[in-house]
Every structure is written in structure tokens, then in C-alpha cells.
Ligand binder design. Structure first.
Ligand code: NAD
Length: 485
């Protein structure tokens, strides 16, 4: 099979050393723009996982005693290394994941900002003193690291999904065993390399790959693992949360969404269509907070559909390494099959294709930016997360109807709205069941702001001060200042 030579050799990182799987198993990594193999990713055996567990436990002993100030300094160095290497890592990310190079570079740079943020937060993991009922008693609350973390991250943002989990954990004093994405392993490995080059002690960060269900069932059940963090589909998240629950393990779940984007009659229609289409087709729609159900007031519906459709038609789709490309391929063949099934189902129920609807060529995994209208609520695309470049647009008549439609699904991750009315903003901000709401712009996923969902979209936050809490235990200590006589 033809190999592209510029892709790095992928290894796992266990106990401070890069290594292959001890049983020699691996799988091919494909370039989604060509469908051709570009490398191989090793699979961890149970012995490899045991080594990672043992190393993480030893790493915990040392890392929890490392001062917050020293953790901060090391992390800032890792962030700097990532920043310096952004150009080269972005190229690898595009090669294995498909997104345009400019998007890939932004992802790496944001990764460095995330490391910086958590480095700073390491120094602010404050406890507190609680006034006691007796002058002789002192009551204090301290924060302690929960212990070794098993983290599972997907292929849509190989750096970003991983950096949030590992940086919050490391800042809190926890070692991590990260099961990275097998489809996009090299950019994730480059992130781990930045931490290693900054001098992270062996065991504090381990990177493994393998058969996801085998690795997760082994690590989650293992007594040395104290905390689970997963990003992926709701279906898998529920299985892993159930397993973690049966072992009384703490969990953060960042799962799927189906974000409503409400456009009211008083909105700047052209501008909202421009911003929403850019957000919708970013990373070919493979974003958990992507706006995915466009719910537009009937008075501006046709105008919005026209602007949105022409934006979709004008998008340049191509290899992410080509500077002209605005949207790359889908990450894998499964997404092509999923898009074809969504479109066929919508058409069979009376949906209208305004643009797109088909795979582009038969090389790589390209799909046309697609706009659907007249899609009934029982169509699959109106109920299942699209995770691809399909935008269904429907109309509403009044505020209550818009909020009801926004809340109709079991998901609750992101929501978007465009309006000039303060009272409408107030009503939707409190009325929408979602973990995040972005009004008149797209401002989610910054390091310093909370990031997470409710309902079937999961629980826990991966941004802001809240993200540190996930990796900390709260311990209450009450002490008598003199021994009782
Ligand atoms: P999938 O559900 O098989 O995999 C999604 C991710 O979960 C992958 O990284 C995979 O390695 C991991 N995974 C799967 N089973 C696992 C297990 N038992 N233990 C541990 N990890 C496991 O599906 P897919 O085809 O890769 O993606 C399809 C759907 O996943 C998408 O439609 C989307 O809903 C969801 N997804 C969500 C995100 C996100 O950012 N929330 C990212 C990627 C995929």
C-alpha cells in the first residue's frame, strides 16, 4: 500500500518511554483526504496497561508532593513547547484528521492556552477555613488530587479534547493514562511529547492506544484508577458511566449534542446566516457543540435559507493541506455512510435538499455541505446528532414554540440564538436546557469558561475553574488546638 513518508512513527508513552505494544498489535492510520494508509498505531496489551498503571501509581507518589508552583512552571514550559511547534503539529493533525491547516493550527495554539490556564489554576486550588463553634477548634478544608485518571479522547479534536483532560488533571496533582484516538494518534502524541520535553516525571502522563472497549473496561474497573473522563458519543458514554458507577469511580462525561440555533425575526439575518454557516461547517460539522438544528422565525425563514444555502454552496471543499480549502474531508468512512443515511431518510420523509446531499468523488471521505428544509420532526437528522456537514432548517412562529423545539431532544450541550431583543435573550437564556448558550456570536470553548453539557450530553465541566474540581477531593479537617486534659 502507498505510504506518505512525512507522517511520524507512532508509539505509546509508558513510564516515561516511547514504546510499541508488547504483543506487536497495531492498526493502520488513514489520511481521510486520500483514504490511503499513512502509518500504524500500536495497540496496548494488558501487560502494557499494567505497566502504565504501575507507573501512574508511582508517578502519583511523586507528583502529588510536587508543589503547585513547580507544577505551574513545568506546565507553562509544556505550553510554550506546543506553541513553538504549532506549525509542524498542525500539518500532522491535518494529515490524519482532515481539517484545514488553519483550523489545525488554531487548535494547537488553543491547546497551549489551555495548558497555561490550568497551570495558573494549579496555584489557585484553594481550601478554606470555616469559623468554628469553639475557640479551641480549627476547621479547615483542603483540596487533594483524586489520584490516577483514565482519560478517553476522540478523533475530532485530537489535541483539544486531550489537552483539557490531561492539563486539568496534571495541574491538580493527578497522573493520567490517556487512551488517545487511534484514528488521529500522531498529533495527540505530539502533545504528550511537549509535556515530556518540559520534564514531566515518568508515570505522570502515559499515552496508550488499542481496542477502545478493551482498554476502557480494563482501566475503569482497575482499583488504581480513581477518576474517569470520557469524550465521545452518548451511547458509549452511558456504558462507561455505568461501568464506572459499578466501581464507584468519579466521572466526567462530555458527550454528544444536537445544538439548536434560534434565529428570531429581529435578527440581522444575513450576518446570522454567515456566522452560523461558518460554525456549522467548521471541522466538516464534526464538533460536539456544532449548531445542528436551525430554527428560524417564519418572517425571515426564506431569507435565512437563501443566505445560508449560498454560503454552503460557496464553501471550498478539499484537502486540508491545500491553503484554498475551507472544509476538509470527514474523518473516516463511517461518517460518509452516516451522512448518506441521514439524507436518504430525510428525503424519504418529504425533506428537500437545497444544496449538497452527496459524497464528493470516491477518493477520501469528502461530503458536500448540505442544507435540508421541510424535514419532519420524525426524521433521523432531527433526532440524532449529525456529526457532519448537514444543516436542517425549520421555521417557528412564536417564542414558546422555539423554546419547546430547542428543548425537545434529550441532549443539552450547546445552544445558539440571534436576536436584538433583551427580553427574548432573557427568556431563552433561562428557558433553554443546555450547558452553554451563545447569543449573537460564537464564543464557546475558551480555556477560562465552563464547557460541558446536561441531560444526555453528560456532566462535569472541562473549562474554567469548574474543570479543576473534577480532579480534586475535598477533605475536611477539624483539630483541637490543645490536647484535651
Ligand atoms: P464511537 O461512538 O464508536 O466512538 C467515539 C469515540 O469513543 C472514539 O474516540 C472511540 O475510540 C471511543 N470509544 C468507542 N467505544 C469506546 C469504549 N467502549 N470505550 C472507550 N472509548 C470508546 O463512534 P465514532 O464512529 O467514532 O463517532 C460517532 C459518534 O461519536 C459521532 O456521531 C458523535 O456523536 C460521537 N463523537 C462525539 C465526539 C465529541 O466531541 N463529543 C467526538 C467524536 C465522536
Amino acid at each position: 500500500m502507498k505510504q506518505e513518508q512525512t507522517y511520524p512513527d507512532i508509539k505509546m508513552f509508558i513510564d516515561g518511554t516511547w514504546c510499541d505494544g508488547s504483543r506487536g498489535k497495531s492498526e493502520a492510520v488513514l489520511n481521510p483526504a486520500t483514504g490511503l494508509a499513512i502509518g500504524n498505531v500500536p495497540h496496548a496489551s494488558v501487560e502494557d496497561l499494567d505497566r502504565a498503571l504501575d507507573s501512574a501509581w508511582r508517578g502519583f507518589g511523586a507528583w502529588r508532593k510536587t508543589s503547585a508552583f513547580d507544577r505551574y512552571k513545568l506546565m507553562r514550559m509544556a505550553g510554550e513547547k506546543l506553541r513553538e511547534r504549532a506549525g509542524e503539529i498542525a500539518r500532522i493533525l491535518t494529515l490524519e484528521q482532515g481539517k484545514p491547516l488553519a483550523e489545525a493550527k488554531l487548535e494547537v495554539l488553543l491547546g497551549a492556552d489551555i495548558i497555561d490556564w490550568f497551570a495558573e489554576e494549579a496555584r489557585r486550588s484553594y481550601g478554606r477555613v470555616i469559623p468554628s463553634r469553639s475557640g479551641a477548634v480549627q476547621q479547615i478544608v483542603i483540596k487533594e488530587p483524586v489520584g490516577p485518571v483514565a482519560a478517553f479522547t476522540p478523533w475530532n479534536f485530537p489535541i483539544n479534547q486531550a489537552v483539557r483532560k490531561i492539563s486539568a488533571a496534571i495541574a491538580a496533582g493527578c497522573p493520567v493514562i490517556l487512551k488517545g484516538p487511534e484514528e488521529t494518534p500522531a498529533s495527540c502524541a505530539a502533545l504528550v511529547q511537549a509535556y515530556a520535553d518540559a520534564g514531566l516525571p515518568p508515570g505522570v502522563l502515559n499515552l496508550v492506544f488499542g481496542v477502545p472497549a478493551e482498554v476502557s473496561s480494563y482501566l475503569i474497573a482497575h482499583p488504581l484508577i480513581r477518576k474517569i473522563s470520557f469524550t465521545g458519543s452518548t451511547q458509549v458514554g452511558k456504558q462507561l458511566a455505568a461501568l464506572a458507577g459499578s466501581h464507584m469511580k468519579r466521572v466526567t462525561m462530555e458527550l454528544g449534542g444536537h445544538a439548536p440555533a434560534l434565529v428570531f425575526g429581529d435578527a440581522d439575518v444575513k450576518e446570522s446566516a454567515r456566522l452560523l454557516s461558518a460554525a456549522k461547517f467548521r471541522n466538516a460539522g464534526q464538533v460536539c457543540v456544532s449548531p445542528t438544528r436551525f430554527i428560524v422565525h417564519k418572517s425571515v425563514y426564506e431569507e435565512f435559507v437563501d443566505h445560508f444555502t449560498s454560503a454552503a454552496k460557496n464553501l471550498v471543499v478539499g484537502d486540508g493541506l491545500d491553503a484554498a480549502s475551507q472544509m476538509g474531508p470527514l474523518a473516516n468512512h463511517r461518517r460518509i455512510e452516516a451522512m448518506e443515511a441521514f439524507v436518504a431518510d430525510a428525503i424519504s420523509r418529504g425533506g428537500r435538499v437545497r444544496t449538497g446531499g452527496k459524497r464528493i468523488g470516491n477518493e477520501g471521505f469528502f461530503f458536500e455541505p448540505t442544507v435540508l428544509t421541510d424535514v419532519p420532526l420524525n426524521a433521523r437528522i432531527m433526532n440524532e446528532e449529525p456529526f457532519g456537514p448537514i444543516a436542517p432548517i425549520s421555521a417557528f412562529s412564536d417564542l414558546d414554540e422555539a423554546i419547546a423545539e430547542a428543548n425537545r431532544l434529550p441532549f443539552g450541550l450547546a445552544a445558539y440564538a440571534y436576536t436584538k431583543s433583551a427580553s427574548v435573550i432573557g427568556a431563552i437564556s433561562t428557558g433553554t436546557e443546555s450547558g452553554m448558550m451563545s447569543v449573537n456570536h460564537h464564543g464557546l470553548a475558551l480555556p477560562e469558561t465552563p464547557f460541558g453539557g446536561i441531560k444526555d450530553s453528560g456532566y462535569g465541566s472541562e473549562g474554567g475553574v469548574e474543570a479543576m474540581e473534577a480532579y480534586l477531593n475535598t477533605k475536611f479537617i477539624t483539630q483541637m488546638n490543645s490536647s484535651p486534659t
